[in-house]
Ligand binder design. Sequence first.
Ligand SMILES: [Zn+2]
Length: 463
Amino acid sequence: MQLAVRIVATWLGLAALSVAHAAATVLTNFTLIDGTGRTPASASALIVDDVRIAWVGPRSSLKLPAGATVLDLSGKFVMPGLIDSHVHLGLVNDLAQDIRFYSRESVQQQLRIYAAYGVTAVQVLGTDTDVIFSIRADQRKAQPEMARVFTSGQGLVFKGSYGGVAGLNRPVANEAEARQAVDEQVAKGVDFIKLWVDDEFGDLPSRMPAEISKAIIDQTHKHGLRAIAHIFYLDNAKTLASQGIDGFAHSVRDRPVDQQLLNDMKRRDVAQVAATLSREASFTYTKLPFLDDPFFSRSITPAALATLASTERQQQLAAGKHFSEYPGVLETALKNTRREIEAGVRYGVGTDSGPSGRFAGYFLHWELQLMVQAGLTPLQALTAATGVNARLIGAKDLGTIEPGKSADLVVLDADPTRDIRNTRTIHSVYVAGKAVPTIWSLCTGRAANECKGGSEGGAHGER
Ligand SMILES: [Zn+2]
């Protein structure tokens, strides 16, 4: 029997499965959502050979490799690992935010939380210290047990304008400095370049001038990389689109997008890399509406949860200078996302998680829900967060379930194409073919007793 299977495997060109890697894993009897946008396929199977997908297709065509571990996933749904196209790492300790918290340990801790939520890759938008390059190098030469990271190092901020993190991003004042800063980031090995064009509701004296953003985009393209911009205002988005920007990291949020911008985005393939609807939605609350949801609280410390629920915090947020403006900003972001979808602009899914109060992992599930609210079907939202996001971040071997791709997978108990909130029914998560914990409490990363009576456990334990 074993010999026969080996012969079949050799015939399929998969000899390595049964010989070199006796430990192939077969998942079978599930509904496949492959990340390409194709209609989900029931009664599917796939073979994971070490770190990659070796085969995927109908269960009826499955040729079982010798010695394979077979997992029967009857009633389950398998999709590619989710990708968050806009995050920040290592900036917070609970709700306190400070660049001094950034360390190999704090970043890896957050990457484990992302993976536990089924987010197996993240793109960081311009607030990494140089520690990120060794974290990324380690991931790329071994089998990561956390979300994969794509980085833009230190993004570019214009002096006196909005953006970046104090003590990390060195503002530029002219074109020469801007070009030099791009060269410096490229020399470090960034995956792309980030720039900010904003003045925080006019609170700051300036926004990045057009000649500086043009210099940054041109210099980035000289190196063959993508430039992605933080925007808020329609007029800046239009200027950047005409200058050849590759993508926007947020929605236009001051007014409705117009036909000229939509035409330019389509003609020049400017992607809406992230709409960050969950970011805008989070600002509209003094108390987040999901503090009691175990899917949220399981990765938050009891101390942080208590602060999030406290009267002091609610009073402080309600007294914020721009608090009353946020519902309008969210409404504009939702409407502009809908207009872009209808116009045929290319869109990804990203949250801007990572700064204080915007939480790794959970927010991507919220973002998917809001993208559906903005007009996508659940399947379109899932495709955007997997196959499309992988292309937008330049990750050729991620995002879809196809032979040769990395075996980064999420197994769900319920159908996310029927109700997008079913992405939260996480059964298991694989990164590079290896199951990773689906609970990663900040407490277990520290002394366990810190979480007594707190957020560990819950409805979706490791299974
Ligand atoms: Zn951001």
